[in-house]
Design a protein around this ligand. Structure first.
Ligand SMILES: C[S@@+](CC[C@H](N)C(=O)[O-])C[C@H]1O[C@@H](n2cnc3c(N)ncnc32)[C@H](O)[C@@H]1O
Length: 600
């Protein structure tokens, strides 16, 4: 009995054990299923929240003609026109090799996000932190540790706001600048930071309503522009070398360089001459770092006093030749001002060492693969010394809605004050319609926005109250050059040719808007190449809004299907009778495989 008892009790125990195990297995399976369903639900809810997929007019279908494979993981930071490997084929003199050099054959695969990629922190938290997995480069945390550019903190980076000439933070440095020129009254709105590092200067100006474009090359300051973009700060890859920067003339209210390593005194002052071209009349050039305040810092910079003195004397001479006025030099900061007009500059030309003016064939607004010049770009003619050449822009925020001087002076063909005002109203209506289809537009979910064919900047203007910044692109093929007017509104942008890759990193933008881009380019280059480029610069789960003629949109949709984008074509704001339709799409989340998976 005892045996029977003990054997039955041991059988009972093992049954219990089995049951317990079965319960545990069931629980584990249940947990797995629940978490899977939650994940699916979460991702699905993100999708359906973003795009109301039941939007009217989803009766446009398009077969996918072809699929585009995923590129290998080593393409995750691919910048086609700034490829460090290919750049080695070009001359090192004047840093030509760091300029744009695009491949003849575009890449036909889709650039992956690095393994572990996550959606960036939303603005304004993103100003101060980013995920390591998104930009897996720790070099600057070591090289620029003393200057407080960026710190590593577990799975993230922290940006303490420091820079080379402002290790104590951009805020205090900007306060110092603010003691010398008025940064508060709205007269300064558009700024350019040449040689930006991780763009803390621009990042901290945003809370002062000053919109800065930050530029730097892809060089030894590893991933600097990528960090800027990850922070939600306007930036692109750019260098002062031999070609004009892709801006119109008279664009920026300030241009800034904090130890930006641009040899301002060299090559007959060609780089300052370029700054003069894109500075608004009355605009400022700010310089800190060598040679400014050399008497204090020459030892620390490990430079000879005589050499620094000579550099400064040369810079002063170039500034004079541009007819700039040295406004102030205080401690570590020097500021020059471009004249409001060229009356004095022309009158004194023979007496002074002013440089000669460019001739009429040299269009100062042309800046796409255009060589820099050493001749002075003339500004529009005025009749009195007090007049601002080209017209006065209003202070921000009034400036956004006022008629831009280039328009009221009739210098943009076919654009009148009336068409401008109508355009402003039109875009307010269009953007509010967009928000009904994608209810994440205007929320913190999308920070970096691109308008591929911006015309007068109406899309950006309609989003001005939202936590976004917009890169307004005026295609070089556009019928009229409107980029100058965009700057006059206090917005920023560049020229670009969409048959080539953009000077930016993969995953720059959260949302891309393409108004009539595909009809503009339909006979110029392959639509699939433009879409592959959009895919490269769009973040996973980023959104695209394309508006175009229905026939073109159907072709676009067939290509989009092969890109792993979820998409839908919806009617025009004004109803189904309009030929123009809208395509809303969202790029799926996917990344390169983990390093271990790659080798398997
Ligand atoms: C010492 S870092 C200073 C960065 C930042 N201005 C700061 O104060 O922290 C020099 C910067 O100038 C950039 N740079 C060097 N030569 C340049 C050029 N010719 N045009 C534009 N940027 C340049 C570098 O890539 C880098 O961003």
């Amino acid at each position: 009995m005892a045996n029977a008892d003990s054997s039955s009790s041991s059988r009972y125990r093992s049954v219990l054990n089995l049951r317990r195990k079965a319960h545990i297995y069931a629980l584990v399976v249940l947990l797995c299923i629940t978490s899977y369903l939650l994940a699916v639900f979460h991702r699905g809810s993100r999708l359906t929240t973003a795009l109301s997929l039941s939007a009217p007019c989803n009766h446009f279908s398009a077969e996918s003609s072809k699929t585009f494979p995923r590129c290998s993981a080593n393409f995750s930071e691919y910048t086609p026109c700034h490829d460090p490997q290919r750049s080695l084929r070009y001359k090192r003199s004047r840093k030509i090799y760091k300029e744009r050099h695009c491949p003849e054959e575009p890449l036909k695969c889709r650039v992956p996000a690095p393994h572990g990629y996550r959606n960036p922190f939303p603005w304004p938290a993103s100003r101060d932190r980013a995920w390591f997995a998104n930009v897996p480069h720790r070099e600057l945390t070591v090289e620029k540790a003393v200057q407080n550019w960026i710190r590593s903190d577990g799975d993230r980076f922290v940006f303490p706001g420091g820079g080379t000439t402002f290790p104590n933070g951009a805020d205090a440095y900007i306060e110092d600048i603010g003691m010398l020129i008025n940064l508060k009254d709205g007269s300064i709105r558009t700024a350019l930071d040449t040689g930006c590092g991780v763009a803390s200067w621009g990042a901290y100006l945003l809370s002062r309503n000053i919109l800065t474009l930050s530029i730097a090359p892809r060089d030894t300051h590893e991933a600097q522009v990528q960090f800027a973009l990850e922070r939600g700060v306007p930036a692109f890859i750019g260098i002062l070398a031999t070609k004009r920067l892709p801006f119109p003339s008279r664009a920026f209210d300030i241009s800034h360089c904090s130890r930006c390593l641009i040899p301002w005194a060299e090559y007959d002052g060609i780089f300052l001459n370029e700054v003069d071209r894109f500075l608004r009349p009355g605009g400022y050039w700010i310089l800190s770092g060598p040679p400014i305040n050399w008497k204090k810092y020459w030892k620390g910079w490990q430079r000879k006093k005589e050499e620094l003195n000579e550099e400064q004397t040369k810079i002063e001479k170039v500034a004079k030749s541009l007819c700039w006025n040295k406004l102030v030099e205080k401690d570590d900061i020097a500021i020059w001002q471009k004249p409001k007009n060229h009356l004095d500059c022309k009158a004194n030309h023979k007496l002074t060492q002013n440089r000669s003016f460019c001739n009429a064939q040299n269009d100062p607004d042309k800046a796409w693969y255009t060589n820099m010049q050493t001749c002075l770009s003339p500004v529009p003619v005025v009749s009195s010394k007090e007049e601002t050449a080209g017209g006065v822009v209003d202070n921000w925020p009034k400036r956004l809605k006022s008629i831009p001087p280039r328009i009221y002076k009739g210098t943009i063909e076919g654009v009148t004050a009336e068409t401008y005002s109508k355009n402003y109203e039109l875009w307010k209506k269009r953007v509010s319609h967009y928000k009904t289809v994608n209810n994440l537009l205007g929320t913190e979910r999308y920070r970096n926005l691109l308008d591929m064919n911006a015309y007068l900047g109406g899309f950006a203007a309609a989003l001005i109250e939202d936590p976004v910044w917009v890169m307004n692109v005026v295609p070089v093929q556009a019928k009229v050059n409107t980029l100058g007017a965009i700057y006059e509104r206090g917005l920023i942008g560049i020229y670009h040719d969409w048959c080539e890759a953009m000077s930016t990193y993969p995953r720059t933008y959260d949302l891309i808007h393409a108004d009539s881009v595909f009809s503009l380019y339909s006979n110029r280059c392959e639509l699939e190449d433009i879409l592959l480029e959009m895919d490269r610069i769009l973040r996973p789960e980023g959104c695209v809004i394309i508006r175009d003629d229905a026939d073109i949109l159907v072709k676009v949709k067939s290509i989009v299907n092969g890109l792993e984008w979820d998409s839908i074509i919806v009617d025009h704001e004004d109803g189904p009778l309009q030929r123009e339709k809208l395509l809303f799409a969202m790029k799926k989340y996917w990344t390169a495989p983990a390093a271990s998976e790659k080798t398997n």
